[in-house]
Design a protein around this ligand. Structure first.
Ligand code: CMP
Length: 140
């Protein structure tokens, strides 16, 4: 089943100059960028994006780091894109991420974990619409 997922190359990875390496991994895994933009999120935009986490103790630090510099926000399309991207990223905490995953290679800490990826069809739908209201969230 071809589907779409939202990915973010976070400010820590942009600062490390690994945008190209991360996009190469998506493409090599058959996750094709169909929309992409580079932006510096305001704190309010980061708070809206991560609203599901607003009661969590890390919410302030998370939204501060997401608004600390530019990110690359992408829609990826491919077979089982949501699950495929989560496997490619590895565990949220880079110390626990499988060797060979993006977070194992480029993440430094749970906060500076290089990338974000939607975790379910419902969040993919919300997240794609949040940054790309002009495109459809599901593949045709
Ligand atoms: P992400 O996939 O972008 O989704 C929420 C983010 O919150 C997560 O990656 C981490 O960068 C960050 N975060 C910080 N602390 C935690 C925590 N204890 N558990 C989960 N996520 C955390």
């Amino acid at each position: 089943m071809v589907e779409r997922t939202l990915a973010i190359i976070k400010p820590d990875a942009v600062k490390k100059r690994v945008i190209g390496k991360i996009i190469q991994r998506y493409e090599d895994a058959g996750l094709i960028p169909i929309a992409m933009k580079m932006m510096r999120m305001s704190k309010a935009v980061a708070e809206g994006f991560y609203a599901v986490h607003q009661e969590r103790p890390f919410f302030h630090d998370l939204t501060t780091s997401m608004s600390s510099g530019p990110s690359v926000v992408l829609v990826l399309e491919g077979e089982h894109a949501i699950r495929a991207n989560r496997e490619l990223m590895g565990a949220t905490d880079p110390q626990k991420a499988e060797p060979g995953t993006i977070r194992a290679a480029h993440g430094a800490s749970i906060e500076a974990n290089a990338v974000h990826g939607s975790d379910s069809p419902e969040t993919a739908d919300f997240e794609i619409r949040y940054f790309f209201p002009e495109i459809e969230s599901t593949a045709r």
